[in-house]
Design a protein around this ligand. Structure first.
Ligand SMILES: Nc1ncnc2c1ncn2[C@@H]1O[C@H](COP(=O)(O)OP(=O)(O)OP(=O)(O)O)[C@@H](O)[C@H]1O
Ligand SMILES: [Mg+2]
Length: 268
């Protein structure tokens, strides 16, 4: 069972792209995927043009059954879409006790229907990012080739570390960062090489794996415009090839992490 949140507190760094492309890669491997959008921008539904009557907020606070809120985006992919009402649901849940465990409580009973649960989050610290990290306990961080993206990645690492400290001490449930993924990589650019070096140093210092890079690829943007999965729009695209490598790396790291005794959990 793979549960993973795609996070970076900087906007526009390919979180949604990463969640969507990984979802499709795992689905094409025959895995049953649940893709949860927690961003009130509702990007997942927009990018692949989903029509939905209900959204995340209807499931979490509106007492609508999960099955009714899901949209089948592909034979192996169910999407729980988000919209602007997600923020209101967050406000309501903020007032509850044990709010960090809401996703665990709400999604836990449906886990047996899926092999992979991926969560896309907003580019800021939100309650639902915390809920997603507590639920999945595994985080992957895409990092675009600019300084603010590195800062956003550090902020996400810090969030994971804070939760890890809280939950590792109290509940023995470590939140682990599966890896940093350099995205929109074009090695002809000087800034790209600077950021890659910086990322390597951060990964070495924190012990977080540095996963393979995803190249800049216009097919990603074009697929978005056409409201298609990248795998349908351009099955031979460079980005899809790179994401396929990263999808395997994530599985390998997850297996290693799952083999680590809980008591030895790291700080990030
Ligand atoms: N490998 C790539 N090559 C070229 N463009 C890319 C690549 N990956 C993502 N993009 C483009 O970058 C833009 C931002 O991507 P995306 O929406 O996935 O970021 P995000 O982190 O989810 O943004 P937000 O924080 O607003 O939710 C999109 O226009 C997307 O098409
Ligand atoms: Mg997004």
């Amino acid at each position: 069972m793979i549960r993973l949140v795609v996070a970076n507190q900087r906007g526009g760094v390919a979180k949604t792209t990463t969640a969507l492309v990984l979802a499709r890669i795992y689905a094409d491997q025959g895995k049953r995927v649940l893709l949860i959008d927690t961003d009130s921008q509702g990007s997942i539904g927009t990018v692949i043009s989903l029509k939905s009557k209900y959204h995340l907020s209807d499931f979490l606070v509106g007492h609508i059954a999960l099955e009714e809120c899901l949209v089948r985006a592909h034979p192996n992919i169910d999407v729980l879409p988000s919209n602007r009402h997600t923020s209101r649901a967050e406000d309501l849940i903020t007032a509850q006790g044990f709010r960090e465990f809401v996703f665990e409580q709400m999604f836990g009973p449906y886990e047996h229907d899926y092999d992979v649960i991926l969560v896309d989050v907003a580019p800021s610290i939100t309650l639902f990012q915390t809920c997603a990290m507590v639920y999945t306990r595994r985080v992957v961080i895409p990092v675009a080739m600019e300084i603010l993206s590195v800062q956003g990645a550090m902020a996400s690492l810090e969030s994971a570390r804070t939760l890890n400290t809280m939950f590792c001490n109290s509940y023995h449930l470590p939140v682990e960062t599966v890896g940093m993924v350099p995205v929109m990589v074009d090695r002809r650019l000087a800034m790209t090489n600077i950021i890659l070096d910086t990322l390597d140093q951060i990964c070495e210092k924190t012990g977080v794996p540095r996963l393979s890079a995803i190249r800049t690829d216009t097919s990603v943007v074009k697929a978005n415009k056409e409201r298609q999965f990248l795998a349908d729009f351009d099955p031979k695209s460079k980005a899809l090839e790179d994401y396929t490598v990263v999808a395997d790396e994530i599985l390998t790291v997850m297996e290693q992490l799952n083999g680590i005794p809980q008591a030895q959990c790291k700080s990030a």
